[in-house]
Design a protein around this ligand. Structure first.
Ligand code: EPZ
Length: 419
């Protein structure tokens, strides 16, 4: 297991190019089992462990996957010979649950390991299963596996009690080949869901209303292959915006959709950053110590939970006190005790972290616990005095494409050391 070493205190400057969105690519990879003719081609796919895991999952089902040196992936489902997602793969990546809807709608059967919880919470999938049952699927959950069968799914009116991103995505994919109309009320409307719907409509699906919380899917009899370039990753973009702010740097972040990051941009302006943007880039300049800002996470378009840990790191060195309230996951403060090891002054009570900004953090050996927590430790290391060592960086490799190379290009003194 590798470690990251970061010598802090360097203001970052220059420009960085953002990769394709992990949370767009993962459902699209799973949807590649659905076409009856043609193949799915995805361009600008990020080089991530979660992408590798998903392609391994698909390959062992019989999907033939080819990838070129530019990370363009082609997936041909014509030789699929099983509909099984085994525990040893699913346990390393919860989003494997996204094969359930596609397999059930295309083949009428699926056996998918329950994802199980992870560092940030129990992560149940009850809403996914309840909705699929309403569409006529027979679902059994036993011995850690979901076994699902259905002659042909039937369109239904689905209302999610809570907004669920992958739940909405699973039902959109299941409904695309169902018989009749499916209406999803209280649908999640993250940009990655709209991107998935655009992709599925290019395959011949009939989906409308995406981007709102009422999505309609008129089931069709067959889908065909298509080519698609997924959205840029707004969470990677937000992470680099905070890297610029926490190091009092001046960084241009390219290949993004600024409007997908408005909630984060608004908070950085409140913290004192100077932000200018074009239609596909944002420049973040922070001339002085950031001001503390209060954060409440919520579903899109509000402040994203996937940026909470990174903002907690910024508030740790900000001027003044702040609170960060996590409204989506029940245990998403694992980064706090690691930040405290670096001198951060944070108190967690239930789902709220109260932070007293300190002038500086001090480098320390710390441990990554989950994907976004590891991003917050990198940000803290960039600002800290001394050299921070971050263990278990396999967490960061799940969701960030070549992060140390990108940071080095804008002046960070960061390197990877095999343990
Ligand atoms: C997606 O996870 C993202 N993952 C997460 O990103 C992101 O943090 C999350 O959405 C929220 O935006 C992918 O897109 C692959 P949810 P998901 O279902 O779909 C509860 C990252 O860092 N819930 O929207 O699993 C759930 O426990 C990852 O890139 C149920 O109770 O999240 C949570 O409290 C981390 N029952 C809330 O809903 C269900 O059946 C929202 O979860 C489903 C969810």
């Amino acid at each position: 297991m590798d470690k990251l070493l970061i010598q802090g205190g360097q203001s970052l400057s220059g420009s960085v190019k953002i990769s394709g969105a992990k949370n767009s690519v993962l459902p699209m990879l799973c949807a590649s089992v659905m076409p009856t003719t043609g193949v799915v081609q995805l361009e600008n796919v990020p080089h991530l462990q979660d992408v590798t895991t998903t392609t391994r999952l698909l390959t062992q089902m019989g999907v033939s996957v080819t990838m070129d040196e530019f990370m363009n992936i082609s997936l041909d489902p014509s030789a699929i010979d099983n509909f099984y997602a085994p525990y040893d793969l699913v346990k390393t990546m919860r989003s494997s649950i996204l094969v359930l809807g596609p397999l059930l709608s295309r083949f009428g059967e699926a056996k998918v390991s329950l994802p199980g919880g992870c560092a940030i919470g129990l992560r149940p999938v009850d809403m996914h299963l309840k909705a699929l049952k309403k569409m006529g699927a027979e679902i059994k959950v036993e011995r850690g596996y979901i076994t699902a069968r259905s002659k042909r799914l039937v369109g239904a009116n689905i209302t999610f009690e809570k907004k669920t991103v992958t739940g909405t995505e699973n039902i959109i994919m299941a409904a695309s080949l169902a018989k009749g109309l499916t209406k999803i009320s209280n649908a999640a409307n993250e940009p990655e869901i709209s991107d998935l719907c655009l992709f599925l409509n290019k395959m011949g699906a009939k989906i409308s209303g995406y981007g709102t919380d009422m999505i309609e899917i008129d089931g069709v009899d067959a889908l065909k292959g298509t080519k698609h370039k997924p959205l840029p990753d707004r969470i990677e973009a937000g992470t680099f915006m905070i890297a610029a702010a926490i190091t009092r740097g001046d960084v241009e972040i390219n290949n993004i959709v600024p409007k997908h990051s408005y909630a984060v941009i608004e908070k950085l302006i409140e913290a004192g950053a100077e932000i200018t943007s074009t239609d596909n880039s944002i420049r973040v300049k922070m001339r002085q110590r950031p001001k503390a800002v209060d954060i409440e996470t919520n579903a899109y378009p509000y402040f994203p939970t996937d940026m909470q840990a990174q903002m907690t790191a910024l508030n740790s060195v900000a001027k003044g006190d702040s609170y960060v309230r996590e409204n989506i996951f029940e245990n998403r403060f694992m980064h706090v005790q690691e930040l405290e090891r670096m001198g951060a002054l944070i108190k967690v009570d239930d789902n709220t972290a109260t932070i007293s900004g300190t002038k500086k953090l001090l480098a320390a050996p710390v441990m990554a616990t989950d994907l976004r927590a590891s991003a917050s430790l990198i940000l803290a290391g960039l600002a800290a005095e001394g050299t921070t060592e971050i263990a278990r960086v396999y967490h960061i490799d799940r969701g960030y494409d070549c992060i140390e190379e990108k940071l080095q290009l804008i002046g960070a003194r960061i390197s990877r050391k095999p343990m």
